[in-house]
Design a protein around this ligand. Sequence first.
Ligand code: GSH
Length: 224
Amino acid sequence: MPVDPAADIEVTAYGWVPDMARGRVKDCRIRWALEEIGLPYRVRLVGGAGGGGGVKSPEHLADQPFGQVPVYKEGGLTLFESGAILLHIGAKDARLLPREDGARARAIGWAFAALNSIEPFAQMLFVMGWLADGKPWQDEAGDLVRPFLETRLAQLSVALGGREWLDGRFTIGDLLMVDVLRAQAPPALVAAHPNLADYVARGTARPAFRAAHAAQLADFRDVA
Ligand SMILES: N[C@@H](CCC(=O)N[C@@H](CS)C(=O)NCC(=O)O)C(=O)O
């Protein structure tokens, strides 16, 4: 079981987030990668999540300039940004990042696509659904952003086609893409493309994802 208080690798996570964010916080993608290759990690819980970002401790800001999670520590290395952390973990094991130059470059390309071409719109909609909840302009705001995500998802669906994974075999590109789709994109928009819905189901059925997700949920406390 990769969660091990004595492990060399440390992953920073929140001890509390609002209910709607539980299971969706981005340390899950790091835990997932570590679970895939059986690398043990310990968890350091920090506060400061929630509406407006909360109060960040100087220690946490020294590790992560934006006061976010995840932070990854290993030996003398402190790393932030989930994409950079996944590239670092991927370099350890070909099950996450192929060794062959072309396949490796394409996997990195899909990782950037998840973070740069899909996540911004999915996250904007997700955060708006939360922050704009109950505001008279909530629907109009959603209507402005949703078509951008719909277009990207339609294009992604074509790119995936009938394949199991984006470039033939599972990589950090798939790990990130599935995580963005399952945690941030409105389920109905994903469900509009059966191959994307199946792709997300395949990714989240992986034992490593299930273990990572369960471990994140288990770390939440009842109060901030
Ligand atoms: N680009 C960063 C984003 C990290 C991020 O959005 N973290 C969220 C939790 S999922 C967070 O800490 N939010 C609180 C805040 O921004 O103050 C990454 O991929 O690591």
